[in-house]
Every structure is written in C-alpha cells, then in structure tokens.
Design a protein around this ligand. Structure first.
Ligand code: NAD
Length: 321
C-alpha cells in the first residue's frame, strides 16, 4: 500500500514507518523535525522523507494524492507546550489536523489518527473505557487545549464517517515510552528523569509524586497500532492503547534509579514552579484495554522494568556511557 505518515520522524512515527516498511508498504513521512530518528530508514527505496510542516496546505494536498492510508501523528505533544504555547498546539493539533482530514476525505484515504488518554481529562472513574465521559476544566485553563484539540479531531472523524463514509481508526495512547522518546531532559517524564539521573542531579518529582500513570513500551504499542490499522473489523472504532500496570511518579523515579544503578536523590517540586499558574494535573490515568485485546487478541508483553532497562541502555549508549 501507499501510505502517508505525518509526524513520521517523531518517536512513535519512526517506529511505525519502520514497521510499515518491514511489511512491504511504500511510506512517505512528513515531519518538521530532522530525520535523526529515521536515519536508518533513509536508504530504503520504498521510503521518502519530506522535512516540512503539515500546516502547508498545498504540500499536504500534493502528498495526499493516491495514498491509501494516512497515519496522522504530527502534533505538539509536549505537556509544557500546552501552557507555554497553546496557540501552536491548536494550530497543529487541531487546525492542521482537520485540514489534513479534509484532504484525506477528498482522496478517500483511510485515516489512522493518534489521539490521547488526555481526552478523558480528569474523569475520576477509572479504569476508562473508550466510551467513558470526558471530564475537563474550564477553557480559560490552557492545559486542556491539547485534550480538546484531539477530542475535536475525533469528533471530526466520526462526522466524516457518518456523513461521507470515510473509514478511520482512533488510537488513544497512554504514555508510550522507549528508546528515542524525546531528547534527554525534554518532553515527557521518563527523558526528564533520565537526564537528571545521568547528570547526577537531584531528580524532581512534581507535587507529592502520588499521581499515577501507566506506561506501555513502544514495541507493544506499535504492534497494536499496525495490526489495528489493517483490521477491517476495527474500522471506525476508538481504542485505548496502554497497560493497566499503575505506577505513581515517585515509584517511577525509584524504579529508574534501581534499574539504571543511579545515585541521584529524589526530591518533590511544586507544579506551579514548573508549569506556572493554572496547571492542573490528572491524579490517576488508567485505561481499560479489554477492547483492543478482544479485537486483535493483543496484550502488552514488555514489563515496565524491562522496558526501562532497554530505554536507559539506549540513552546511556547515546551519551557514550
Ligand atoms: N507517546 C505517547 O505516549 C503519546 C501519548 C498520547 C498521544 N500521543 C500522540 O501520538 C502522536 C505521536 O507522538 P510521539 O510520542 O511520537 O511524539 P513526537 O513529538 O515524537 O512526535 C510528533 C511529531 O510531530 C512533528 N510535528 C510537530 N508539528 C509539526 C508540523 N507542523 N508539521 C509536521 N510535523 C510536525 C514533530 O516534529 C514530531 O516529530 C502525537 O499525535 C501525540 O499527540 C503520543
């Protein structure tokens, strides 16, 4: 198949491109980022990389032609940006996404969309099933702009299917991690902790560290993503992609310390100090993954300790340690 992957040079995108190429598909990746994470794919004749923005409508119009499937991953996915640059979040995660979906509809291209566990907001009734309520704060609180952008995209896909019969699939990811996640010290919690550990700095856990998340190793997530994308039965459905292995942020820091053999002290810092005023964290975030298990007989295989070991080894090697 001829496939377009936006955000293809990002963390998940790089693994998805690789898997699609292994399956024999022709893949075009569009991303603003450098091709560092996909360097190993560049020599593949079935692979094309375009370093550009999904906000460029004429580029997207041209690249959508004859594509059978669109994996739409391009997004601002760094939690700090939700509060520091909400305009950019909404331009990319909402406006550019909807424009891309319209072009896909014109071309009758199936859409595989990367959404997020953030759409559930702070619904206290966990674990969350795909059909559970969204419980969010006021629109004056910037941190919800990412959640709302992704949710609006989901609405758009349901509407496109209802009114124009365009097939789609939606993945709601719950903290996918692994080698190449983000640059050390940036983006999401694991690379931030890891940088501090590797630099022998104090490790800063936000709040009291009791907020929990579940983590899914990238190989397990990509296995589900690609199998679902080509599963007819899974069309026009939403899937939680994650594990039910709950871990609080203090435990996460302690597990990284143990697995990596690190010495740093762990300390707690106030949210406001990091995110400024108006940040609300989500106390617990746990998916019900019975739907994906049922549809494709899938279950995550890599334990948190094993996944962290592989991730830590990658970052240590990258730093020449
Ligand atoms: N990794 C996770 O745990 C997780 C959780 C929830 C949702 N998601 C979603 O999955 C997708 C992939 O996330 P990821 O973890 O690989 O993050 P990532 O930041 O590595 O990937 C996103 C990519 O989009 C690219 N991008 C941003 N703006 C762009 C633009 N204007 N034009 C072209 N490319 C642009 C970035 O350069 C980046 O490479 C995102 O849509 C994200 O919202 C990921």
């Amino acid at each position: 198949m001829d496939i377009l992957v936006t955000g293809g040079a990002g963390f998940l995108g790089s693994y998805i491109c690789q898997r699609l190429l292994e399956l024999g598909h022709k893949v075009t990746a569009i991303d603003m980022a450098s091709g560092e994470k996909i360097e190993h794919l560049m020599s593949d004749r079935k692979f094309t990389f375009i370093q550009d923005s999904v906000c460029d409508l004429s580029l997207m119009e041209h690249q959508m032609k004859n594509k059978e499937v669109l994996f739409h991953l391009a997004a601002i996915a760094d939690p700090l940006k939700y509060v520091t640059n909400p305009l950019n979040v909404m331009e990319v995660d909402l406006l550019a996404a909807i424009n891309t979906f319209k072009l896909a509809a014109e071309n009758r291209t199936k859409i595989a969309f990367s959404s997020t566990s953030e759409v559930f907001g702070r619904n206290p009734d966990i674990p969350w099933k795909e059909t559970d309520d969204r419980v969010l704060g006021a629109t004056s609180v910037n941190r919800w702009c990412y959640s709302s952008s992704k949710a609006a995209c989901e609405h758009f896909l349901f509407a496109l299917h209802k009114q124009e019969k365009l097939p789609f699939i939606i993945y709601r990811f719950f903290n996918v991690y692994g080698p190449k996640l983000d640059d050390l010290g940036h983006g999401r919690v694991i690379p931030i902790f890891l940088k501090q550990f590797l630099h022998q700095e104090e490790v800063t856990v936000h709040g009291d560290g009791k907020q929990t998340r579940t983590f899914i190793y990238v190989d397990d997530a990509v296995d589900a993503v690609v199998r679902l994308a080509f599963c007819k039965k899974a069309e026009n459905e939403v899937f939680n992609i994650g594990t039910d292995d709950e871990c609080n942020m203090h435990q996460l820091a302690k597990t990284i310390k143990k697995v990596g053999g690190f010495k740093s002290k762990i300390k707690f810092v106030d949210y406001q100090q990091v995110f400024g005023k108006g940040f609300e964290d989500i106390p617990r975030r746990i998916p019900d993954t019975s739907k994906v298990s049922k549809f494709i007989k899938w279950k995550a295989k890599v334990s948190l300790e094993e996944g962290l070991r592989r991730t830590i080894d990658y970052y240590k090697k990258k730093k020449g340690l």
